[in-house]
Design a binder for this molecule. Structure first.
Ligand SMILES: *[C@@H]1O[C@H](CO)[C@@H](O)[C@H](O)[C@H]1NC(C)=O
Ligand SMILES: *[C@@H]1O[C@H](CO)[C@@H](O)[C@H](O)[C@H]1NC(C)=O
Ligand SMILES: *[C@@H]1O[C@H](CO)[C@@H](O)[C@H](O)[C@H]1NC(C)=O
Ligand SMILES: [Zn+2]
Length: 551
């Protein structure tokens, strides 16, 4: 068979641009400013006539929808990672990331409650297609459960999956598969993800971290406030197949040996940053994605419905919060590898498939420049500093705290910091005694220590950060499809139609709804009785801590 490959950079999109350029009104714009409005109107009419109208997608035709989220990745993260990779691999300057080749637009990210969104409202904008408040997981701005694209597609007969590198109960995956008023209700999120709510089980495949909220506190790695063991319940009462370590993950044979439903929880909380990851213990995001794509496509092979898969590069955001450029470039590149595998899958499958990749927001206020002194700066930043850095600040701060607790000898600690951490792990040779003193000062305080270490790397590489939190900068939208029909709709720049150009984040949710023909309001009616309010008594310290840890 011949699958029509309709890359978004292909003919249709080019001809759209060319036709626009040919508009002879263009050259008068400069001079005739007083008729700008009239010209604008004509221009819009023209562009409507030249192919930006959707041709319509057959919503009944079998499809796969792969929705990919780079949590906390703004445009500067791509510049940083691209230059880092070119430097590391000695590539020419026209060597770009996989993502770079499939840029279609940008997304405005504000939430219902703030110009700066969190990941919960950000993901709910995609999953329910509506603006909610920061903290909202699959609930509307008045805290009512809202039907999600994952639920709607599952009820239509699609298979569904979630693949992440953080806790599966964290905001992004949660907003597709559960409904709670506040993101820190992770115990309840875990229950719903396994099927304890009016719709029953909606997720067929889970691969990520986050055993914590599936296990009672009394158990190693557990943090549930009740004494339920959801991992055991899932296996023995609910029919899930559980995978809890690398060995069992490898037994899935890259997706050829998966029994559904699959619950893969590979870490108590986060899977380590890619820069720290021991491949003998944890798979990469690309390996997780491979398992999911193979297993889901095999399972839907004889079905007239495809699958919906959410993939999140979750910890790009964490590196942003930590202001850790060395960890972040590796997270972005690991995601780009996974994206490459998704593209390959799309090229090879005979089923109409679309991958959309975007971010919920930017994190860190990252810029690829930094003025370190009052003098006017040179126009440089130094990727080699990120290459010299072989671990994240998260890992190294833990290493220092561990070492500190094992010795009382100040000279030993001095030497450890200088030789082991700075010279060996970070490749920093020009450190000062003052910097060693600062590290020693925080050598028992991991959360501040990681900022100190990451700052050494950021200053020397001239990487700039403006916040430890999120920012309101627009983020990119990428897409790729093997379907001519979907492609035609994608390149529409009309609000709530396509994704070309600049869009509100909820339009991305609306786009997935329109190509699959689902009606989320119908789902919303079915889940009215979902338990979603805060029932456990959280004391205010706990809530504070959760907000602090909540990204
Ligand atoms: C936020 O939601 C509330 C309650 O639904 C609504 O009244 C308000 O207009 C919304 N605000 C924004 C900025 O979306
Ligand atoms: C520090 O010690 C803890 C507890 O033993 C361990 O889990 C962690 O991996 C250690 N950190 C490093 C970087 O070795
Ligand atoms: C990187 O590390 C090497 C030693 O491994 C050192 O010679 C070099 O100066 C370091 N580069 C930077 C930019 O710190
Ligand atoms: Zn965040």
């Amino acid at each position: 068979m011949t699958t029509e490959k309709a890359s978004l950079l292909g003919d249709e999109r080019m001809s759209l641009y060319n036709t626009k350029k040919k508009s002879s009104f263009g050259k008068y714009l400069k001079y005739l400013t007083h008729v700008v409005v009239i010209i604008g109107t004509v221009y819009l009419c023209l562009s409507n006539m030249t192919g930006s109208e959707p041709v319509g997608v057959d919503t009944n035709k079998k499809k796969n929808v792969i929705f990919m989220v780079t949590d906390g990745m703004g445009p500067a993260s791509l510049s940083l990672a691209r230059s880092f990779k070119q430097f590391r691999d000695q590539l020419p300057m026209d060597d770009v990331l996989q993502l770079d080749q499939h840029l279609v637009g940008s997304s405005r990210t504000r939430s219902n409650s703030s110009l700066i969104t969190d990941s919960a409202a950000g993901a709910t904008a995609f999953s329910c297609g509506l603006k909610s408040y920061n903290g909202a997981i699959g609930v509307s701005s008045d805290s009512e459960p809202c039907g999600t694209i994952l639920e709607a597609l599952k009820l239509q007969g699609y298979m569904t999956g979630l693949v992440v590198t953080t806790r599966i109960t964290d905001a992004t995956p949660a907003a597709f598969s559960s409904h709670v008023d506040q993101r820190f209700q992770e115990d309840m999120i875990a229950e719903q993800q396994l099927g304890e709510y009016p719709l029953g089980r909606m997720v067929d495949l889970i691969i990520g971290g986050g055993r914590c909220h599936f296990l009672p506190k009394s158990q190693k790695g557990g943090c549930r406030s009740d004494d339920r063991n959801l991992v055991e319940e899932a296996q023995h009462e609910k029919g899930w197949n559980y995978v809890g370590n690398r060995e069992q993950f490898d037994d899935l044979k890259q997706g050829h040996n998966v029994q559904f439903p699959l619950l893969g929880l590979l870490a108590d909380t986060d899977i380590p940053y890619d820069i720290d990851r021991d491949p003998k213990v944890y798979p990469s995001l690309a390996e997780q994605v491979k398992v999911a794509l193979t297993a889901l496509s095999k399972a839907t092979k004889d079905s007239d419905k495809g699958f919906f898969l959410l993939i999140e590069g979750s910890r790009i955001d964490h590196a942003g919060h930590h202001n850790d450029p060395a960890a972040q470039v590796r997270e972005v590149l690991a995601y780009d590898e996974a994206f490459k595998d998704v593209l390959k899958f799309i090229d090879e499958t005979e089923t109409d498939t679309i991958a959309i990749s975007t971010s919920d927001h930017e994190t860190g206020g990252l810029v690829t420049s930094r003025q370190n002194s009052p003098h006017y700066p040179d126009y440089v930043w130094y990727p080699e500093v990120l290459l010299n850095s072989t671990h994240s600040g998260e890992y190294l701060s833990s290493k220092i705290v561990n070492f500190t607790s094992s010795t009382d000898d100040v000279t030993t600690l001095d030497k450890f910091i200088a030789k082991e951490i700075l010279e060996k792990d970070l490749g920093i040779m020009d450190y000062t005694q003052e910097e060693i003193e600062t590290i020693k000062h925080f050598s028992n305080d991991q959360s501040n220590l990681l900022y100190v270490l990451n700052n050494l790397v950021s200053v020397r590489s001239q990487t700039g950060w403006t916040t430890h939190g999120h920012s309101a900068v627009d983020v990119n939208i990428y897409a790729y499809t093997n379907s001519k029909q979907i492609s035609s709709q994608l390149i529409s720049n009309k609000p709530y139609h396509g994704l070309l150009g600049n869009h509100e984040n909820i339009e991305i949710g609306a786009f997935m709804e329109s190509i699959t023909g689902v009606d989320l309001d119908k789902i919303t009616k079915l889940i009215k009785k979902t338990k979603h309010s805060i029932t456990t008594k959280f004391n205010s310290i706990q809530v504070d801590e959760m907000h602090h840890g909540a990204y």
